[in-house]
Design a protein around this ligand. Structure first.
Ligand code: ATP
Length: 210
């Protein structure tokens, strides 16, 4: 069974069309990587799946339901988890507060799980997010999304601009999640995960290449 299916998606910003007849599938437990240069449409595609595009045509199905007309919060509640490129952390709050503010479902279980996945976070639970490095912030952003008990993860450039050692930690954490059966769609330019993906597709000027 496919978890997520996008069929013939077209998206516009005002009069400018950003995506053209894009189709893709993420199967149960699959890691699918979305490649493409700056401006190719990767973020636009992820945001459309989340229900954040203004004008679009096409169909988005999640767990065999047509969610094309669902509001973003309904998609999130149904299990779509998103880690944005800009991370959207609360800089003035601590790591622990950032985790708890998003928590839904089994809070204790989720906390134990994310700290096992990112042991570095356990050592900085009382640190403000604004006082962390970019890579540490990215770990926290992924961990915070996991606190919402998502059933499918959408990640926008999770390893972009991050020190190599932390890139390795993040990649390993994402591969561990995949080994647990978490389906994921990851937009990336830097081919950190592409070699380990079940499938990789490339967007060129808003179209799936090949
Ligand atoms: P990047 O990694 O740089 O974000 P991307 O592959 O994610 O690149 P998008 O950000 O989805 O690409 O951009 C796709 C196209 O849509 C580009 O031509 C971009 O200029 C345009 N675009 C993106 N966001 C907006 C917006 N809010 N308003 C108008 N045009 C936009």
């Amino acid at each position: 069974m496919s978890e997520l299916q996008v069929r013939d998606l077209n998206v516009w910003y005002g009069a400018a069309q950003a995506l053209f007849d894009v189709s893709l599938t993420v199967g149960a437990g699959e890691l699918v990587v979305l490649q493409g240069l700056n401006g190719a449409g990767k973020s636009t595609l992820l945001q459309s799946i989340l229900g954040l595009s203004q004008r679009h045509t096409g169909v988005i199905r999640y767990q065999n339901e047509d969610i094309s007309d669902w509001a973003p919060h309904r998609r999130a509640r149904a299990g779509l988890g998103f880690v944005a490129e800009d991370r959207r952390l609360f800089g003035g709050l601590t790591v622990q507060e950032n985790l708890l503010i998003a928590a839904r479902g089994d809070v204790a279980g989720n906390t134990a799980r994310v700290l096992a996945l990112f042991p570095a976070l356990e050592r900085m639970l009382q640190r403000r997010a604004s006082q962390m490095s970019g890579g540490e912030q990215q770990m926290l952003a992924i961990a915070r999304t996991l606190m919402t008990s998502p059933k499918l993860l959408l990640l926008d450039e999770p390893c972009e601009g991050i020190a190599p050692l932390l890139v390795e930690s993040i990649r390993d954490a994402l591969l561990a999640l995949r080994a647990e059966g978490m389906p994921m769609l990851v937009a990336e330019q830097n081919r950190i995960l592409a070699d380990r993906a079940d499938r990789a597709l490339t967007l060129v000027s808003g179209r799936v290449a090949g």
